[in-house]
Design a protein around this ligand. Structure first.
Ligand code: RIB
Ligand code: CA
Length: 310
């Protein structure tokens, strides 16, 4: 099977960590590198968080630290969900790994230009690194096979009534990416809020009994508790593994082509992904937006992913 080349751009983050775990040993994917961005926490925290997950799972994938600030707006974080470290809960052994010298943005540019085939950009945090790479070198655009992101929603937001965190944390970056002309698959809250990690799911993954399953249980211990504190629901929505699971098993998501505009101008709705679900505006579709998820198939994919670790 030909493996799909990807770069995973993330802001670990508990659900980002599970996305890394799922992608890390997936036979369908060849991870060129993991790029990290400010989002759930500062870049000074999301970078070691990514390194800790990779070191613990013995994944030899390079990590590149990226942008510590959004392109325009003031930086925001999600410590209420992910804690002061950005990955509260798990206790890792002494971190010996370091990030690569090269900045994430130049790594993205260099990798895309040097790759023979086009690369899939998977983003599970604010899209700052990818947008900056597009602006620094537009020559990378035709080397982007597709942008597959966790972000946005055509329903409610989660950081404001209108906007989802990854988009609102750097809406200008999302605007650049969504207007790049490259194919996009958007896995928004509309589907990720159906991937609810209930206690029985945590128990199911805990029964696997390897190092990945232990990390999953430790991560979900914190993540599900804070999701209940903030949103009041049982079972945290496991957002970020959804786009990775889609690349492993595309039938997990049902998508609908829509015109998607990112609101970067209004105060109340800044960061909203305005998805023209019914085609009112008769504009060209700019993204394949996920409208449903096969939840059982998703959890099967997660379990298979965790079982790949000895
Ligand atoms: O809105 C959910 C998204 O914001 C997830 O990617 C989570 O990790 C945070 O980055
Ligand atoms: Ca994230």
């Amino acid at each position: 099977m030909k493996r799909r080349k990807i770069i995973l751009d993330c802001d670990p983050g508990h659900d980002d960590a599970v996305a890394i775990m799922l992608a890390g040993r997936a036979p369908e994917l060849e991870i060129l590198g993991i790029t990290v961005v400010s989002g759930n926490q500062t870049i000074e925290k999301t970078s070691p968080n990514a390194l800790n997950v990779l070191q613990y799972l013995e994944l030899d994938i390079p990590v590149y630290a990226g942008c510590g600030q959004p392109m325009v707006r003031k930086r925001i974080h999600a410590a209420d969900i992910h804690g002061s470290s950005g990955l509260d809960g798990p206790v890792f052994p002494e971190l010996k790994r370091t990030v690569e010298e090269e900045h994430a943005v130049t790594f993205i540019i260099r990798s895309l230009l040097s790759s023979e085939e086009a690369v899939t950009m998977v983003t599970t945090g604010p899209m700052t690194n990818l947008a900056m790479a597009m602006r620094m070198n537009p020559g990378i655009l035709d080397k982007i096979e597709r942008i597959v992101l966790m972000g946005g929603s055509y329903g409610n937001g989660n950081i404001t009534p209108a906007a989802e965190f990854n988009i609102a944390a750097d809406a200008e970056a999302a605007y650049v990416c969504f207007n790049s002309g490259r194919p996009i698959t958007m896995a928004g809250l509309d589907v990720t809020r159906k991937a609810l990690c209930f206690p029985e799911i945590v128990e199911r993954m805990g029964r696997i009994g390897n190092k990945a399953s232990k990390l999953f249980v430790d991560l979900m211990g914190h993540f599900c508790r804070t999701q209940k504190e903030v949103f009041g629901w049982e079972g945290g929505p496991l957002h970020d593994p959804v786009p990775v699971a889609y690349l492993i098993d595309p039938d997990i998501l049902k998508t609908k082509a829509m015109n998607v505009e990112i609101d970067i101008r209004s105060e109340q709705s800044y960061g909203r992904t305005n998805c023209d679900y019914f085609g009112y505006l008769h504009r060209e579709a700019t993204a394949d937006v996920a409208v449903d998820i096969q939840v059982e198939r998703f959890w099967d994919c997660i379990e298979s992913g965790l079982r790949r670790y000895g």
